[in-house]
Design a protein around this ligand. Structure first.
Ligand code: ADP
Length: 402
């Protein structure tokens, strides 16, 4: 069975085609700048040369048509015909309280995703465009949706409610949902396999540290808390997002700087975090380079980032009354030796015995970066959200056939 995984953004579309027999990737790619005359398509077929095209792609239906054409292209393709695509799995950011698991797309599911547009105005409408574009091009192919929020639906009320009037929750569903659930779930399962222990017996803190970043407290395989909230703005300091701050800053800064709601929202989401403190870059590679060259602002940005992450790990150790392992994943978590070292060296009180040598080795592999006698293990586990989406889609389609 071949499954096409799609992550549709408002002006971009990423895809990966999986052969489920061995879970290999037959092709992957992305289209950026959808809606413009100069949209950029990058297509990487396995074992063949990469293709890059610049052309006018004004909307998602055309984007999907382009992708399908490339997948069956005589030179750049990997399939004889689009009939060889058995199902499509979509990433959907917000499933609200309606979706606790991945589901097959039906009219009702589409209606519910639309009802959730308010909660994720930047993401869910774009995902819906992706679903409709697939329908337009491949009307008979089953589609599934996999939600970033679903895994965190096991959080108990004390973790998911905000201490504000309950009417906001009852009427408007203002609560904490959490994101990156697909990744937290995947790395927690891989961590249990790596440690050779049943997931049901483990208390884990998983740290998905990419451009966006979140931690999760995972107890017995269930998410019991996570750092992102109603939106992905809460929690850790990120590349361009502030993470936690005193909400009174919002009206205060709006008044002092004469900002609109849109402007303050853009400031907190797009111009804060590492970028704001370093005075330029939101990319951890550039922060570390600048810091090593003596840039004090970059060093401050790094220290704040690490400090805020470490505080969350401590909080989750308290939330679960102890932890067995900490897992680092995503762009920064998998690649930044320096961040992992800084975090681990400050967690000796928890029983973390850092292994400097192991931290430097094995890039791209699942590995342990603590000594064998460390009471709390620290692991690096590369995430693979697309594979989880493909697996969930496969499972749902198989179940529907059986
Ligand atoms: P996204 O949240 O967009 O999916 P990723 O998980 O791909 O992000 O992470 C992207 C980030 O990973 C980059 O912004 C960069 O800061 C960081 N990164 C990638 N490689 C390295 C590296 N070698 N050292 C430090 N940070 C890195």
């Amino acid at each position: 069975m071949n499954i096409l995984v799609i992550n549709a953004g408002s002006s971009s579309l990423k895809y990966q085609l999986f052969q489920m027999k061995d879970e290999s990737v037959l092709a992957k790619g992305k289209i950026e700048r959808i809606g413009m005359e100069t949209a950029i398509l990058t297509h990487e077929p396995a074992g063949k040369a990469e293709v890059r095209e610049v052309s006018e792609i004004l909307e998602h239906t055309t984007a999907i048509r382009k992708v399908l054409a490339l997948l069956v292209h005589p030179e750049h393709g990997v399939l004889a015909s689009t009939a060889e695509i058995d199902a499509v799995g979509h990433r959907v950011v917000h499933g609200g309280e309606s979706f606790k698991n991945s589901v097959l797309v039906t009219d009702e599911v589409k209606q519910e995703i639309k009802r959730l547009f308010d909660l994720a105005p930047l993401h869910n409408p774009a995902h819906m465009l992706g679903i409709i574009a697939v329908e337009a091009n491949m009307p008979d192919v089953p589609q599934a949706v996999v939600f970033d929020t679903a895994f965190h639906q096991t959080m108990p009320a004390p973790a998911y409610l905000y201490p504000i009037p309950m009417v906001l929750y009852r009427k408007h569903k203002v609560r904490r949902y959490g994101f990156h659930g697909t990744s937290h779930k995947y790395v927690s399962e891989r961590a249990a396999a790596f440690l050779g222990r049943p997931l049901e017996q483990l208390k884990l803190v998983t740290c998905h540290i990419g451009n966006g970043a979140s931690c999760a407290a995972i107890w017995g395989g269930q998410s019991v808390d996570t750092s992102m909230g109603m939106t992905p703005l809460e929690g850790l300091m990120m590349g361009t997002r502030s993470g936690d701050l005193d909400p009174a800053i919002v009206p205060y800064a709006m008044g002092k700087e004469d900002l609109t709601l849109g402007e303050i929202s853009s400031m907190l989401n797009k111009h804060s975090g590492l970028q704001a403190i370093s005075g330029g870059s939101s990319d951890m590679r550039e922060i570390v380079e600048a810091m090593e060259a003596g840039d004090k602002n970059a060093a401050l940005a790094f220290d704040m980032y690490e400090y805020r992450l470490r505080k969350y790990i401590g909080a989750y150790a308290a939330a679960m009354n102890g932890i067995d392992a900490i897992v680092f994943t995503a762009g920064v978590g998998e690649n930044s030796e320096l961040l992992r070292k800084a975090v681990c060296e400050h967690l000796t009180f928890l029983g973390v015995e850092f292994d400097e040598e192991a931290n430097r080795q094995g890039r791209g592999l699942e590995r342990r970066i603590t000594t064998s006698s460390s009471r709390v293990q620290v692991l690096v586990i590369p995430t693979n959200e697309e594979l989880v989406i493909a697996e969930d889609t496969y499972r749902l389609v198989q179940a529907a056939v059986d």
